[in-house]
Design a protein around this ligand. Sequence first.
Ligand SMILES: Nc1ncnc2c1ncn2[C@@H]1O[C@H](COP(=O)(O)OP(=O)(O)O)[C@@H](O)[C@H]1O
Ligand SMILES: [Mg+2]
Length: 241
Amino acid sequence: MVIIRVFDLHKSFSGKKVLDGLNLAIEEGETYVIIGRSGAGKSILLKHIIGLLLPDSGIIEVFGQNIVPLKEEDLCKIRERFGVVFQGSALFDSLTIAENVGFFLFEHTTLSYPKIINRVKEVLSLVGLENILNLYPASLSGGMRKRVALARAIITEPKVLFYDEPTTGIDPILKLEIDELIKNIGKRLGITSVVVTHDLVSAYHLADKIALLDGGKIIAEGLPSEIRKSKDPRVSQFVGG
Ligand SMILES: Nc1ncnc2c1ncn2[C@@H]1O[C@H](COP(=O)(O)OP(=O)(O)O)[C@@H](O)[C@H]1O
Ligand SMILES: [Mg+2]
């Protein structure tokens, strides 16, 4: 079943076309990886799907509903079913790990403190972290911060998880671990994962399906093995075939 469908999406910034009639369809439960060179428009595309940017034209269907005409309060309801791991983790430096991970539950629910802390411990253990509740983000490594950001994203039991460049700026060995974690969390929790990255190695490692964004469109889509073998010169140029 298709959970996200984008149809003929257009977006320009001060006359410069970034998205130019883009189409895609993401199936429920899959890990869909959008690759493309830096500046191709990957983050911009992600922000449209999350409803943070309004397109010039086009349709963005999420859970069967076009979100483009929705008012902010209806968009918020949709966003509650999303988890987002932003580039660079975006943790609050002045909050402890427990406060960071439990942030949504502390702010938007009436759950008791012990209940929230239990849930925080549960999601931290899902990402392989223990005994760091009272630490601050500054004392963690980049890889651990990424895990904390992931724990924060899954605490609301989202249907779809979005990742923007999840392994950028992480050393190669940790990168492999984070790739593995993203893949496993998606499968274990039955979540649809949408990853944008310029890192081809990560993409091959993570993806059920790879989509190549170039010139404002998805110009190729397929299994990692299909993308790797593609005869399309625009694809082989990017994947170095
Ligand atoms: N708010 C903005 N205003 C104007 N141009 C923007 C804005 N955000 C992004 N762009 C431009 O859109 C293009 C795509 O950006 P982006 O989606 O961030 O690329 P990617 O994530 O693939 O590296 C870039 O050329 C960037 O300069
Ligand atoms: Mg980007």
